[in-house]
Design a protein. Sequence first.
Length: 307
Amino acid sequence: MSTQPQHHSYRKSHLAQLEAEAVYIMREVAAQFERPAILFSGGKDSITLVHLARKAFAPGKFPFPLLHIDTGHNFAEALEFRDWLAESTGAELIVRYVQDSIDQGRAVEETGPLASRNSLQIVTLLDAISELKIDCAIGGARRDEEKARAKERFFSHRDAFGQWDPKNQRPELWNIFNGRKAQREHFRVFPLSNWTEMDVWQYITREGIALPSLYFAHPRRVFRRGSMLMAESEHLPLLAGEATEERTIRFRTVGDITCTGAIESVAESVDAIISETAALRVTERGGRADDQRSEAAMEDRKRQGYF
């Protein structure tokens, strides 16, 4: 009888490997940091993080509150789902508001036809991290989303001002993560770094994870602005020549309504979304107006303390 080990019988599926990696990172965060929190946007990636956190610490509750930075211009569906998820999981939900930062003179509202509060989240987030003494903020960013994201480590060091320096990150060898930091510094940790958009959708269908209705095809009044389809909203005044019409659309990402573009779609189920995603040739953040402001828009925001 052969004595050669049957390695194939021990191989994990691709999704199982990604899940195991993310669960390990969640547990490392709990072991290395005193006051971690999950940055929760109401999007599919942060929802997947919550699901993974529940798995990592079952049968107990996961030891992280959910921190949501509310721009005041969020989709109502995302906020309703946020509140439902926090209640159903028993998680502590902490919300901080960009409007409060504006009222306090900590942030200045943009003006003009393309104004957005998306970048104003930086001030509110950094203030919340300081107020709550958060030493690790867990985010759902993935390296495949955008070129600046691809420079991230799993454990991404931020200095005392909350700033990110892509040239000053710790090496990560195998599964050893260095969470040492000085006073007032903190880390952003990204358990989904190695996942792709397709991985997330396949995992969602495998696990039966609930999502906001925004992700599925539905009729909505939209208008075209440049190359993007934008949702009709009181926060998006129409420019000359723009007009709303009803179309069947869905959203690939969920963020501030002023910078989140839709795509025309008939995908009403996760399986249909997976088939549609496989045929798309534009990244999911290709529908985000905030990333189109300049070639380095994401990296500039990240250096300032963005998610």
